[in-house]
Design a protein around this ligand. Structure first.
Ligand SMILES: [Zn+2]
Length: 195
């Protein structure tokens, strides 16, 4: 792997560290500038390799830890154009993800993001997509996705382009969702103090 494998200077994670331990990665919140960055294409010619396998394993662990159904590498300080989708032990990596075809939009009432705890918003996105990406073995995969999987893939693909889901919501709707988020955070903090 090249030296630009990890760029985050705050956490100090270097590419060598990725292979040294197999632990969950730090999860960055919405304020981290890496979430606003467009991630350059990944060079798939070097796949498969152990660094990517370990990175994917760690991303999957992180996603599972936070009970997520999608997690982009840049949410964990890793500047690579890839994300994990799925749930529990049934999750997979999408490298250099693209969308070849989409259906008409469908509104989903409660889209969330691991970098925005407690925030859920109403967003319209295509109901199904024809996705194309590379897997960790460097093989090109085409997959028709629908339901939550399609939703998740599109949300994570936005992360690859420095776009977060709040940018897809009208200001008034976002303001209401933020109020609800604050209530949830307060409630959670109160409960947490009681334990
Ligand atoms: Zn997200």
């Amino acid at each position: 792997m090249s030296e630009d494998f990890i760029i985050d200077t705050e956490t100090g994670i270097k590419s060598a560290d990725i292979e040294q331990s197999i632990e969950p990665l730090p999860l960055f919140n919405e304020l981290h500038p890496m979430l606003a960055q467009t991630i350059p294409k990944f060079d798939v010619s070097g796949l498969p390799n152990s660094a990517i396998n370990i990175l994917i394993k760690r991303l999957k662990m992180t996603m599972k830890l936070y009970s997520g159904i999608g997690l982009s590498a840049n949410q964990c300080g890793v500047l690579q154009r890839m994300f994990i989708i799925g749930s529990g032990d049934d999750s997979w990596a999408c490298i250099n993800p693209e969308i070849l075809e989409t259906s008409a939009d469908l509104v989903y009432e409660a889209e969330g993001c691991l970098s925005f705890p407690g925030l859920s918003v109403r967003i319209a996105r295509p109901a199904w997509i024809n996705a194309q990406f590379y897997n960790e073995r460097g093989e090109q995969v085409q997959m028709k996705m629908e339901g939550l999987t399609a939703r998740c893939y599109q949300h994570e693909l936005d992360h690859m382009n420095g776009v977060v889901f709040t940018q897809r919501v009208k200001p008034v709707a976002l303001q209401m969702a933020r109020k609800h988020q604050q209530k949830l955070i307060k409630k959670f903090t109160r409960l947490h103090k009681q334990i």
